[in-house]
Design a protein around this ligand. Sequence first.
Ligand code: ADP
Ligand code: MG
Length: 237
Amino acid sequence: WKKEDVEIKEIEARCRDLDCSVPPSKFSDLPLSQRTLQGLQGAGYQIPTDIQRAGIPLSLKGCDVLGAAKTGSGKTLAFLIPVIEALWRQRWTSVDGLGALIISPTRELAYQTFEVLCKIGCKHDLSAGLIIGGKDLKHEQERIRKTNIVVCTPGRLLQHMDETPDFTCNSLQVLVLDEADRILDLGFAATLNAIIENLPEDRQTMLYSATQTRSVQDLARLSLQDPEYVAVHENSR
Ligand code: ADP
Ligand code: MG
């Protein structure tokens, strides 16, 4: 870490001074680690979409974000980049345990998010794990205790919270509720409430959703603290 300390200090200062009213035109305009910029470049991402332009700077500053943008607008990177950067800036390593939780509505969406995370995070030393069930519970239990960034479905996560010995969310820094409208449509409101009750309150939360329904707003009130609201409409990409 020593040689990265200078870079971290510089990025922290740039995040503090970041003017969120000036949207970045390229990812490289943002105060991001070289590791993340290399990951983005390797995956072929150069120009942020509108929801990324609006959401990422606020999240880099540490704000809670309530984001609304239709399917296909690029919400995944809008939260994955800040998740990785938050842990990197805290010099998070394997021994620090769980740093971020990303909750997805379905196994398929969790898997897709996990794949993007692995791609853009490949230059970092953070570990990522997929906790979606359908596999040997023992194997998942081994992994979830050692993973820095967990991408999961709500039911399976709650099961681990209840049943996995030595699994704790006490060190959690960042919570992401992705496709929140779909999570709620699938009937997971009570499951989410039970999960959130067991998370440290001193954390950053990002809630992204294609639509802003009444129940999404209820969930936002429960999970976010004084959030910035970012919404992108129309065919913006
Ligand atoms: P959403 O979650 O809003 O439905 P995704 O995050 O799944 O959208 O992104 C939709 C598609 O757009 C994906 O194929 C993704 O790779 C692509 N994409 C996202 N951000 C960018 C970007 N900045 N540049 C190019 N393609 C992008
Ligand atoms: Mg999505």
